[in-house]
Design a protein around this ligand. Structure first.
Ligand code: ATP
Ligand code: MG
Length: 295
């Protein structure tokens, strides 16, 4: 394995981390004063959106916070990572957006967690853009998720909601941008890391001007860091230079366990809590809970 040597946190440290995750986390993360709803977006594919949504949410839930993950990607990878079906006939975010179903009726509890829920994506979400155009008035179209979330949060106490976007800037991502105050952009420590970021920032600016004046990029998370190449280090430097304090101190390393966990229907936080990837996601989640939300 090309990056096998990165898997070895010293054994004792890994074991301690594992025990900490399994037993000692409850109550160790600050509860926000009001629900923080965070959209995870980047139209570039494979940068770690879903992995970050899943593992940040799992970390926070293990710490005892109430968390909802909304899967807005027809690929349904976040749903799969929590062991939840996303076949065509299942219910989920499509029914919320297109049929006005309540989030509470369509979400599922994630197995192995006490306070984590998932609104799954189903395959029919792939047609949502087209269906929305033919069935929903243009003025209402961007606000379907926002309205559903407002209904849901009126009688469900959530600390965090993470929205996992597809790798595009279509109506699903627009709904996710209209519904939140915070955007988290994962950036992969690879060639062309910042490619497409300008376009993403323009879309966020557009959404802010036209749909949602409260919208901000609150957080940048560097993902898939490879300590064996100089390239990763120079991407980190470049991104920190560009985004400054928005970039989390914690950088997520490349780790085979992170990539493996979804095929077991798990987050890496439960699959291998002592692995470098799990330890890093836990630290990133803690950083997010310790940062003040603007406004
Ligand atoms: P898409 O744009 O298709 O939705 P994405 O931005 O959601 O992709 P992920 O699915 O999270 O990206 O990650 C892309 C691939 O990289 C996946 O196979 C995932 O398992 C792997 N991956 C993500 N983070 C890591 C990591 N830290 N270490 C190793 N593999 C990783
Ligand atoms: Mg994804």
């Amino acid at each position: 394995m090309a990056y096998a040597d990165e898997e070895d946190t010293p054994l004792a440290a890994a074991a301690a981390a594992a025990v900490y995750v399994r037993r000692g986390l409850k109550g160790t993360f600050a509860k926000p004063k009001q629900t923080r709803i965070i959209t995870i977006a980047n139209q570039k594919g494979g940068v770690g959106k879903t992995t970050s949504a899943v593992n940040l949410a799992a970390s926070m839930a293990l710490a005892g916070l109430n968390v909802l993950v909304i899967d807005l990607d027809p690929q349904g990878n976040a749903s799969t990572a929590f062991g939840i079906d996303h076949y065509e006939d299942a219910s989920g975010s499509f029914d919320v957006l297109l049929d006005g179903e309540a989030i509470a009726d369509m979400m599922s509890a994630a197995e192995g967690f006490d306070s984590l829920w998932v609104l799954p994506a189903t395959l029919d979400l792939a047609g949502a853009d087209i269906e929305l155009i033919s069935t929903v008035a243009e003025a209402e179209r961007p606000f379907l998720l926002k309205a559903a979330l407002a209904d849901f949060l009126a009688d469900h106490e959530m600390d965090y909601v993470f929205i996992d976007c597809p790798p595009s800037l279509g109506m699903l991502t627009i709904n996710a941008l209209a519904a939140v105050k915070e955007v988290l952009i994962p950036i992969q420590c690879e060639f062309y890391a910042l490619e497409g970021v300008q376009q993403l920032l323009r879309t966020i600016e557009f959404a802010k001007e036209r749909l949602n004046p409260d919208l901000e990029v609150s957080t940048i998370l560097l993902t898939m860091y490879n300590s064996t190449t100089n390239l990763s280090a120079s991407v980190v430097e470049e991104v920190r230079g560009y985004f400054g304090k928005k970039v989390l101190e914690t950088v997520i390393p490349r780790s085979i366990y992170v990539a493996e966990a979804p095929s077991f229907g798990q987050s890496v936080m439960t699959y291998d809590p002592g692995s470098t990837g799990a330890v890093a996601y836990l630290a990133a989640a803690r950083e997010i809970t310790e940062r003040k939300q603007k406004g």
